[in-house]
Write a protein that binds this ligand. Sequence first.
Ligand code: NAP
Length: 496
Amino acid sequence: MAPQYDAIVVGAGFGGMGAGIQLDRLGLSNYVILEREDDLGGTWHVNRYPGLAVDIASVTYSYSFEPNPHWSRLFAPGAELKKYAEHVADKYELRRRMRFGTVVDGARWDDELGHWEVSIAGGETVTGRYLLTATGFLSQPYTPPFPGIDTFAGEIIHTAAWKDDADLTGRAAAIIGTGATAVQLIPEVAEKARSLTVFQRTPIWVAPKIDTEIPVPVRRMFERVPLTQQVARLVNTSLLEALMVVGVLHFKQVRLMNKGVSVLAKAHLRAAVRDPETRRKLTPDYDFGCKRPTFSNRYFPTFNRPHVRLETNSIDHIEPDGIVTADGHKTEIDTLILATGFNLWDVNFPAIEIIGREGVNLGKFWRDNRFQAYEGITVPKFPNFLSLNSPYSYSGLSYFTTIEAQMKHMGRLFGELRKRGATTFEVTERANAEFLDRVTAKLGSSVFYRGDCATANSYYFNPHGEAALLRPTSTINAHREAVSFPLDDYMYRTIA
Ligand code: NAP
């Protein structure tokens, strides 16, 4: 019984779209992209809070094969990313493959028929030879179970479900959380609200953001001479690579450089915030890189404004008209903004139930053993499955470096399948174990294990205490291995 599709892709963000483009290039054009939201773009469709922008410069934060000469700023606003996603979907004819409002419940491998059965909420089942999950790392919004939150009488807004018509003018607002999202949002809310209290549990490292409009003549140059934009991309990507590889992954060898970055970030804070006590509270006590740092010039000065207050006492409970902290103080508010991020490890690895060969449940396998995936993309006992958001898959600082390395991995793997006339692949236990040993050893030099991360509360660490999110190699290494991994790291079969 032939499956309905060559491939089923879950997720219509940049990861799923990259997978779709690559499937077309490989001649596997009969695929469907299932998306739970009502439109494409993933995080750039879902997130639309004020101040949303990339914090990786746009020359790098885009597909290398689809440069966009029209970015208005070095760090494009969120709406431009959404527009770029739409452009890519149209140009590569991805839209006709997409099914929106389609919530995937789970997927089960049928070893006899050699295909995946994917169940969709509502009872429908679709079958595909290959399954690719591109469900994102940051796609399951997290709301902490604050006691009393259900009794709050005002308005509650999670940043990942921003209400387009929300008008914060004159509001008494609170923002809980000081991650990269809050750093972008806080200055915007402060512009409108009558009062703003920021509830911080862990301060974030914030470096200066060298952002500016891209002048029209430069945009024209990018359009007419694409090589110029490629050079800009190369320069920016190399700088990010140095920061990531040298400052974070090789912490043991170059501790001083890491310290240098934190000295710069502290100087940035000192220059921006007048009150020494507020400065002290905003200063992280863990090493730079333990958790995702960010860039902003507007975040710190916001705390100088008379109607903005930083609260560092922990939240005890929420009442109908305010937030009560552990010291008994109540902050009266009418608007509660949750910048509390996403649940990565509990519900996102994997985002749907995936049952492989011999009935192995991927989520249970990862939790009972260790979080692992060969080259951050395949797992033993899960034939014909590419998990694009896997442990150790995130490479470099721009998600596009990960996407494109995975597209290359697909190219080599599916090329070999075709050469052998095979229909089924599965990574070997040996190759997977060797990869896990290698990344584990490499992490030994990183800031995660060599630095002081105890107080960082970082989502880079999983519940086992392992920093299993980022691939601890250079992106050059990730891309090189994607086109050169040993072909016998996989087993191949033909199922008629
Ligand atoms: P996040 O980094 O996970 O931050 C969540 C914040 O909520 C943290 O400050 C956290 O405090 C706080 N929080 C969670 N539970 C809490 C509780 N029970 N009590 C008090 N505070 C609590 O989430 P995010 O800011 O949405 O950012 C997520 C990621 O999205 C970023 O790391 C980045 O990768 C990406 N992002 C990218 C961009 C961009 O490129 N433009 C912009 C925004 C976000 P703790 O730190 O103590 O846990």
